[in-house]
Ligand binder design. Structure first.
Ligand SMILES: Cc1cc2nc3c(=O)[nH]c(=O)nc-3n(C[C@H](O)[C@H](O)[C@H](O)COP(=O)(O)OP(=O)(O)OC[C@H]3O[C@@H](n4cnc5c(N)ncnc54)[C@H](O)[C@@H]3O)c2cc1C
Length: 403
């Protein structure tokens, strides 16, 4: 096993979408010695358990801008990153709603259009024309993004880590951080299961595990780990296949095509159950409940797909903050610790936002020192202190990862 370095200038803990993107941007924009550390192999956390969907429908300007920027990066990977590719598949994304949610949806479509998202309002007839499997009977309309689709998260993370390595970063996995070291009120490095690495700056990109390392330092970020169950469905040979990514606001069904006759689908429960271990599989009874919810949702909205059988079930945890938005900012806002940056609590939005999160974090960590890049978005609204200040982010559809 290779030795770990005795010191670095910045340590990023986490090699999921967030840590990989941050590690790449830090290495690309500076000459600092960057180390990306993960207790598991890259993509071994929640980023390896996702739906992979990307879309830009959001409820507030900052999230739309972050999703837009993320999408631009995914689409222009060769010029933006220049190493590997994120496996983007363009299928079209449609959020469809009944009367109760139509006003909010129209507002979000307007917001997106104003900021440059290729999106439009579609009525029930057009919904059925775009995706003939949808039963639009009680629908009031939808938001359609022709560029929506999905990505291959493993490819995306490994591409970022490859690019980061080419820019001089050290990717150290598996290497578990046992403690973030603090001396005289400032970060001094990390203690790992193979010794200490000294560094004046540590970025926590530890997803659903964030409270484990932060709480002992007195850094309290309100994050709940809530389990989400997902199923892979397979159509009978010869049966009509789904063509677009569909989110049904009424039944809380999210479904998209996957390889061949397969689809991945989630039917959200009214309340996602809290979990201790983010990677723990759901009990069999929970998978049965999920299957029953899926069946009901499909019967209502995509009746042709009720013939599809479940071939696999998988669970993963959302790291949810009180307003379902990420936390990006220095820990010293909320605790007496300098040099610790928080990029946690992505609340179910991580894939679409991660390219932009890397830019924002690198820009804040490097400050005036960063080279050769346009200024990143101002993400002050996602600061860690917003919860204590009661200045939460806006959600059109209420507490959920939907927008
Ligand atoms: C079922 C499901 C479906 C989803 N679908 C979508 C979707 O379609 N689109 C979308 O945009 N988002 C989706 N999400 C959300 C998205 O997957 C997450 O927001 C994102 O993957 C979080 O990335 P991350 O890098 O913050 O966390 P992770 O990928 O979990 O990475 C954190 C890493 O930190 C490491 N770590 C933690 N503690 C330590 C330690 N002490 N020492 C060393 N390493 C440590 C972990 O091993 C882990 O690899 C989905 C989530 C789930 C659960």
């Amino acid at each position: 096993m290779r030795d770990i370095p005795a010191e670095a200038d910045v340590i990023v803990i986490g090699a999921g979408v967030s840590g990989a993107s941050i590690g790449y941007q830090l290495a690309r924009r500076s000459n600092r010695r960057v180390a990306v550390v993960d207790a598991r192999p890259p993509v071994g956390g929640i980023s390896g358990r996702t739906f992979g969907q990307i879309r830009q429908h959001y409820s507030n300007e900052l999230m739309v801008r972050m999703a837009l920027r993320g999408f631009h990066c995914i689409r222009n990977w060769a010029s933006e990153v220049g190493y590997g590719d994120p496996g983007y598949v363009r299928l079209g994304y449609m959020l469809i709603v009944t009367e109760e949610q139509i006003e909010g949806l129209r507002r979000n479509v307007e917001l997106g259009r104003r900021l440059g998202v290729d999106t439009r309002f579609v009525g029930p007839d057009e919904i059925e024309a775009i995706e003939p499997l949808v039963n639009a009977e009680n629908l009031a309309g939808g938001a359609y993004e022709p560029d929506g689709g999905y990505i291959d998260v493993t490819k995306m993370v490994l591409s970022w880590l490859g690019a980061a390595t080419e820019c001089g970063a050290d990717v150290l996995t598996p290497l578990a951080v046992q403690e973030i070291l603090v001396a005289d009120g400032a970060v001094s490095g990390v203690a790992t299961d193979r010794g200490e690495i000294r560094a004046p700056v540590v970025v926590a990109a530890t997803g659903a595990w964030a409270p484990d390392l932060l709480e002992p330092l007195g850094v309290h970020v309100p994050i709940e780990r809530r389990r989400l169950d997902m199923a892979t469905l397979e159509q009978e040979p010869g049966a009509r296949a789904l063509q677009s990514c569909i989110t049904d606001g009424n039944s809380n069904l999210v479904i998209r095509p996957d390889m061949g006759r397969r689809m991945v689908a989630v039917a959200y429960p009214p309340e996602m159950p809290p979990v201790d271990d983010p990677l723990a599989d759901a009990p069999l009874a929970a998978h049965h409940d999920h299957a029953a919810r899926l069946e009901r949702a499909l019967a209502e909205r995509l009746p042709a797909l009720t013939m599809a059988g479940i071939v696999a079930s998988i669970s993963g945890a959302y790291d949810i903050t009180p307003d379902y938005h990420p936390v990006l900012g220095w820990a010293h806002e909320i605790a007496d610790v300098d040099g610790l940056y928080l990029a946690v609590g992505l609340s179910g939005h991580g894939l679409k936002l991660s390219p932009c999160i890397g830019e924002i974090v690198a820009s804040q960590v490097l400050g005036a020192e960063q080279v050769g890049s346009a200024p990143a978005l101002d993400a002050g609204a996602l600061r860690p202190s917003r919860f204590a200040e009661g200045d939460l982010m806006h959600l059109t559809y209420g507490p959920s990862a939907r927008a």
